[in-house]
Design a protein around this ligand. Structure first.
Ligand code: C2O
Ligand code: CU
Length: 704
């Protein structure tokens, strides 16, 4: 709904700009009409335009008003306060200034049929009051469009005022030109001759050149300023303390010593590097070697992959709750460098595996060892966090399953991990299996399907048919008393997210379809054979908001929060690292200008995430599980919904909360990895934490 309203609003503005300009051209041609008859014909035609423009303007204002009526004010403030007036005021001027003049022209030229026009009439045909409102419709709509693609949000006066000033100057210049022409028309003997085509073209080109030259300077400056610095210290840069004030990072543009001095006494300094996992003897040891490998999918298609241990997905790491896990990462030949991030597992900061933030990227020939205690149970996954867009897309990922220490009630459970991934050039697959996997499951067996969407920018739809089922866990956290879902219910999983679907195997086939397809999925039956069941048409979509039964949580929507943040997701046209692009912004900025959220250990934090943009953004906070409090003002009143990756759809507003109980420097980013790679990343920063690592072009670290 929000998406279509925004679309309608934009389309109306485009149409208004185009039609307004065309009508304006007609209006400025009246002065060349030689006779009363011709003038009357042209005037009558011109009078058809205001109603048309009014209809388009009404569509624009109407959509802005409906958005205002149905969404939170973050979604409509600029639309109602800027876009709508920029469309409506010029159209009103049209009716109150231009139209009366046109009507009077019609009336006053009623007499002399073929006679040349009087100088008074001629001067009135070039009256700026008649023409400028048409131009204002076009330029007002253009200005509104500018605001739509460069929202002055969060509000800043220069961002809002400069375009408005430019509009005023342009209209004044147009008005001045027409008043001069009107005077010339009054003084001349006959109708003004229409300037020859070449002169009109020349004039158009001159105006265009002037606009381009004026815009080129800010354009070049913006491009230059957006270039990523050689070294980016993640603790520098703008910050937001969640208490209503924003400022520059602790030691932005300052030396380390100054930084220490500035914060001395407040808090002891802790380096990210010292926030390691347990150094005791590990219970489990794994080695993951990152290497290039040509992989062959089940269909025989091949893909050039980057792998852990030569396989896709990487080996499944299955450990028990409480175990100390040690993973040694070896980079054999991934020239871009590699790390391992434990997505969803809230490990100590130094083990988080983010290049440039918690470690340096591991280059070919190097190794890095991670150690953590597996404290949460459930379905997690690991992936590289160095140049993640390329690395994860090419295959540097695997699953990490933490089984409960006491899994008495999971005895005999059939446990199947389903990691869906799109292989470049080879298409969608479950791991390396790009067809239907047939597995034998005896009737009566409890089954757990661990769905992991490892993709980039694909909201993957899974459908389980042949049995009713439950969603037992989201993002690794068990749900409380999850209810039975009907066979065929759509499970739409965002990138990075996980659902555990459970059921007891019936005595007929069950099929897990990926992407609504019958030729991609997991087929289960007692002997592995049988027909793939049909997918029911039009079944409902699973929504965690009211699913399951409530249960006590350590905090909730009525808790007293120590910090409250707002995170506005949006899109705008602009530069990232020197490239002009559609940018996906966090609070109006892209990395490294996105503000870091500052917290102190122990704080209870609430964040309101608002998506004003046109596409969904799965927001992923490292190191913490967040509790969803509400969506679009509706309380989450089912099972507690703990998540690490929240898919915020256009027009959605989530309130989430978490306890700041894991000190460090944590990435908070969109898991549509190409959004992250284009700057949709920010940080959660604990007071007093420093990092010896840095990102930036000179460092070889690319955390996104
Ligand atoms: Cu799954 Cu920051 O990543
Ligand atoms: Cu995104």
């Amino acid at each position: 709904m929000y998406g279509s309203l925004v679309g309608l609003e934009l389309a109306s503005l485009v149409l208004l700009a185009l039609l307004g300009w065309l009508a304006g051209n007609r209006a400025s041609k009246l002065v060349y009409a030689g006779t009363g008859e011709k003038l009357r014909r042209q005037t009558r035609r011109l009078l058809r335009w205001p109603p048309v423009l009014t209809v388009v303007c009404a569509a624009q204002a109407g959509s802005a008003i409906v958005i205002a009526g149905s969404f939170h004010k973050t979604f409509w403030l600029d639309r109602l306060a800027l876009h709508a007036p920029l469309a409506v005021i010029p159209v009103l001027c049209l009716w109150f200034i231009s139209v009366p003049r046109l009507v009077r022209l019609l009336r006053d030229t009623a007499g002399p049929e073929k006679e040349p026009l009087s100088s008074d009439i001629r001067s009135r045909t070039a009256d700026p009051g008649l023409i400028v409102p048409f131009r204002a419709v076009a330029l007002g709509a253009l200005t509104a469009l500018y605001f739509a693609f460069k929202p002055p949000f969060p509000f800043s006066l220069p961002d809002a005022a400069v375009p408005l000033l430019a509009l005023a100057v342009a209209l004044a210049a147009i008005g001045y030109g027409h008043s001069r022409r009107s005077r010339r028309a009054a003084q001349s003997e006959a109708a003004l001759p229409r300037p020859p085509l070449w002169r009109r073209c020349l004039r158009g080109l001159t105006i265009l050149a002037a606009v381009v030259v004026t815009a080129a300077v800010p354009w070049a400056i913006a491009a230059q300023n957006s270039k990523l610095p050689e070294r980016i210290d993640m603790t520098a840069g703008p910050m937001d303390d969640g208490k209503g004030s924003t400022g520059q990072g602790q030691h932005a543009h300052a030396g380390h010593a100054e930084h220490l001095a500035a914060t001395a006494g407040a808090e002891a300094q802790v380096s990210v590097a010292s926030l390691t996992g347990p150094q005791s003897q590990p219970d489990r040891r794994f080695t993951l070697t990152a290497e290039k490998q040509t992989i062959r999918l089940a269909s025989g298609k091949t893909a050039e992959a980057w792998t852990y241990n030569g396989q896709v997905p990487g080996p499944e790491l299955r450990v028990k709750e409480g175990e100390v896990v040690e993973v040694t990462l070896v980079n054999k030949d991934i020239d871009a460098g590699v790390t391992i991030h434990w997505h969803g597992l809230d490990v100590p900061n130094a083990e988080d595996g983010v290049a440039g933030v918690t470690q340096d990227a591991v280059m070919p020939g190097q190794t890095h060892t991670y150690r953590f205690r597996a404290e949460q149970t459930g379905t997690f996954w690991y992936h590289t966090h160095q140049d993640s867009l390329e690395g994860v897309s090419k295959g540097l990922f695997g699953s990490l399953i933490v089984e409960p220490a006491d899994d008495g009630n999971r005895e005999g459970e059939r446990d199947i991990t389903v990691m869906t991934h799109a292989w470049d050039g080879a298409g969608m697959a479950i791991g390396a299996s790009d067809g239907v996997d047939r597995v034998r499951v005896a009737p009566g067996t409890p089954v757990r399907l661990r769905l992991v969407n490892t993709d980039n920018w694909v909201r993957q739809t899974y459908r389980l048919v042949g049995t009713d089922f439950r969603v037992a866990a989201i993002d690794g956290t068990d749900l409380n008393e999850p209810g039975e879902l009907e066979s065929g219910t759509r499970l739409v999983l965002t990138t990075g997210g996980r659902y555990d679907a459970t059921f007891v195997m019936p005595d007929r086939p069950v099929f897990l379809s990926v992407g609504g397809r019958k030729d991609l999925g997991v087929f289960m039956s007692p002997d592995g054979s049988g027909d793939i069941p049909d997918l029911p048409a039009g079944s409902s979509e699973f929504d965690p908001l009211h699913y399951g039964k409530p249960k006590e949580t350590p905090f909730g929507k009525d808790s007293a929060f120590d910090r409250e943040f707002t995170m506005v997701l949006d899109n705008e046209l602009g530069f990232f690292n020197g490239q002009f692009n559609m940018l996906y912004t966090l609070n109006g900025e892209v990395f490294p200008n996105t503000p870091a959220f500052m917290v102190k250990e122990g704080d209870l934090v609430k964040t309101t995430i608002v998506n004003r943009g046109m596409v969904d953004h799965p927001m992923h906070l490292h190191g913490h599980h967040v509790l969803v409090l509400s969506r679009n003002g509706e309380a989450a009143d089912g099972s507690p919904w703990w998540a690490d990756t929240i898919d915020v759809l256009p027009g959605d507003r989530y309130e989430i909360a978490f306890r700041a109980d894991n000190p460090g420097l944590w990435m908070d980013h969109c898991h549509n990895l190409d959004h992250a790679a284009a700057g949709m990343t920010m940080h959660l920063m604990y007071e007093g934490v420093t990092t010896p690592y840095a990102a930036g072009s000179a460092t070889g670290n690319h955390p996104e």
